[in-house]
Design a protein around this ligand. Sequence first.
Ligand SMILES: Cc1ncc(C[n+]2csc(CCOP(=O)(O)OP(=O)(O)O)c2C)c(N)n1
Ligand SMILES: [Mg+2]
Length: 311
Amino acid sequence: MKKLTKIKDLQMMADVIREDTIAALTEAKSGHSGGPLGMADIFTALYFNILKHNPKKPCWEGRDRLVLSNGHICPILYSTMANAGYFPKEELFTLRKLGTRLQGHPHREALPGLETTSGPLGSGLSQASGMAYGLRLDKKKNIVFCLCSDGEQNEGNHWEAVLFAAKNKLSNLIAITDRNYIQIDGNTEEIMPLDPLDQKYKAFNWNVEVIDGHDFRQILHVLKKARNNKGKPLMIIANTIPGKGVEYMENDYRWHGSPPGTVTTERTPPKDEQTDVALEEIHAHEAEERGDWYLEHLRLRPIHTMKRKQK
Ligand SMILES: Cc1ncc(C[n+]2csc(CCOP(=O)(O)OP(=O)(O)O)c2C)c(N)n1
Ligand SMILES: [Mg+2]
């Protein structure tokens, strides 16, 4: 797999991944939009620049481990993995269908490349801590990346893992919080306040970094530095915009668990226009910012341009 080192290439790949995510969710007619679109840039940076991994050999021992604790955002994991070459992009159209490898929440035994089965929130950091502890006992250099959401930090289990990782000085554990300030039915600070989150992790004896989760310069800088993290586990708090890229979804918690075309809000265009509008908005915005990016992008064959398999 080709590593992407230029910011512009990473941005274009993130757009392709966003579009594929929208196409898959639209076909599935169910699933989560907000979290996945908000995390597209971080997933792109991880799979196309940071992670040591081999899509053709998903079980390669030297791989870094990526644990997705907030399993409901798996559409973005699947789209990223498909673009990285783990499985054919056409398979994204099977999202949430009966018998698919792309379950609505990740099923480790179904799809090579998944490290854990997830969905019940709050348990991923415990699993990742156990992996990091085990790898260290085996004197292995692999890094464990654990992606968590902010809403799931309402779970006590998450904080047990925070204590365990700090006690054991798991410097090979790099957690990333999707700090999008939404959870299933509202703003996190109204439902169960988390701020000041950075100070909480510092008090729990973690290293802490706070970044803009859509700024590739910041994302790459912090994640590259994380490989040499020392003495304590590291929490990267990534400020993100849920629904990023689709204007009418951005920062609106009602898109937490809804695919395009299923929710009507005061910002939503008419139902029959939603998918096209979503893609057009991304195209128009990106075309404006990056000139001829769309020609490049078409060469990457987003799934919505592919012929769908006969049902
Ligand atoms: C243990 C557990 N309780 C409840 C749920 C139902 N649930 C799924 S997503 C979610 C909201 C969590 O907030 P967050 O992950 O921050 O949402 P996002 O930012 O992705 O919209 C809830 C309560 C769950 N999956 N697991
Ligand atoms: Mg959230």
